[in-house]
Write a protein that binds this ligand. Structure first.
Ligand SMILES: [Zn+2]
Length: 369
């Protein structure tokens, strides 16, 4: 399979998350390409206006600008082994910034290759991730029968929160999985989705929540200075419409009462009530076997030493909420101009990613199961 041409073709099909876009064209194109590998796929059409508990869609500023129309995702399965691996990538992109002073050197949907670099909107973030996933499957299919089953999730709406994309698919189409690899990641840094998650019901008013949101860094510094292994992430809305603060926790070993102390320090003179609603433990340890192996394999292809970072970038957080061990790795480099004019991805990096992930699955995941 020529996954570079596939990536170029994906760039040529506009799929900007905040435009009047249902992703139907790109999803249909993808289904045809997946069929060429002898693999069946199906579209999963989500309706953002009807997604259960759609706090994001009701209150998030970007989503207010986004038409709430039915949107396409694509799901495909291969193999019937007991180890269930999910590979995901997203095909939606940000919108072209018409007001930027910077200009595109090549048209954003042309998929122009110059000097070993492919330019275009979504080149690195994340259409090449789809090329990589299909390149990997093409390379390894027929070699792991009976051991692994792979689910491919190609989704939209990542750029506006992922609720109608990976969030919907993981919650409605996937019962369990042993490992989730998001190919929307960095080439030199492997992210492990190993945060736990703490929900705190914060009975006060929206203004204070807006204050907390805008002083996120300050709050996180106070948490840090108290050695509380939690970082404030975002605010959700509970069923009774009161704000729920969501924290990402590095471990479950902390005294939850300390949270109250931190808030009194952070908001002196203000009365509020805190109630801890729940905690989800991290699904994967920072000393992850998988992350270490992947980093080792990637280091042989890179000038830089691969680092492993604990975090919950983007789509990974949905896998964490489902307790699925998760990693992100992909073609994004510091030169990729993600979300900017002249977004690009190096052909060599795409090829390396296919090699590394294929090797990882065949030699390590395979041996382990
Ligand atoms: Zn992005």
């Amino acid at each position: 399979m020529d996954f570079i041409s596939l990536t170029k073709a994906l760039i040529s099909i506009p799929s900007m998350a905040t435009s009047e876009e249902s992703y139907e064209n790109i999803a249909k194109y993808l289904q045809t390409e997946i069929q060429k590998l002898g693999i069946n796929s199906r579209p999963v059409i989500t309706n953002p206006a009807k997604i259960e508990n759609p706090d994001f869609y009701n209150k998030n500023l970007i989503s207010l600008l986004t038409p709430k129309i039915p949107k396409y995702n694509v799901i495909a399965n291969y193999g019937n082994g007991s180890f269930h691996l999910i590979m995901s990538a997203h095909f939606d992109t940000v919108t072209i910034d018409k007001y930027s002073n910077q200009k595109w050197s090549y048209p954003p949907f042309a998929g122009k290759i110059n000097n070993g670099t492919l330019y275009g909107l979504g080149a690195a973030d994340n259409k090449s991730g789809i090329g990589i996933a299909l390149g990997v499957l093409d390379k390894i299919k027929g070699k792991f029968e009976g051991k692994i089953s792979i689910t491919l999730l190609f989704t939209g709406d990542e750029e506006i929160g992922g609720y109608g994309g990976i969030g919907y698919l993981l919650n409605n189409e996937i019962s369990a999985a042993d490992l989730f690899i998001s190919l929307n990641g960095s080439f030199d840094k492997i992210n492990i989705g190993c945060y736990g998650r703490l929900w705190i019901h914060f009975v006060s008013n929206q203004e204070i929540c807006a204050f907390i949101l805008s002083h996120r860094l300050e709050l996180n510094n106070i948490l840090k200075s108290h050695n509380i292994p939690l970082r404030f992430s975002h605010i959700e809305t509970s069923r009774d419409d009161s704000p729920v603060l969501v924290f990402d926790a590095l471990t479950s070993n902390f005294d939850q009462k300390l949270i109250r102390q931190v808030f009194h320090e952070f908001l002196p003179n203000i009365t509020f009530e805190l109630e801890i609603l729940g905690f989800i433990k991290p699904a994967i340890s920072s000393k992850s076997f998988y992350a270490e192996i992947l980093a080792k394999l990637a280091s042989t292809h890179s000038m830089k030493k691969q680092t492993i970072k604990i975090g919950a970038p983007s789509d990974l957080r949905f896998a964490i909420n489902k307790n699925i061990p998760s990693l992100s790795f992909g073609p994004i480099q510091s030169t990729s101009n993600v979300h900017k004019p002249n977004e690009n991805v190096k052909i060599e990096t795409i090829n390396s990613c296919v090699e590394i992930v294929s090797n990882f699955i065949l030699n390590f995941v395979y041996r382990r199961v």
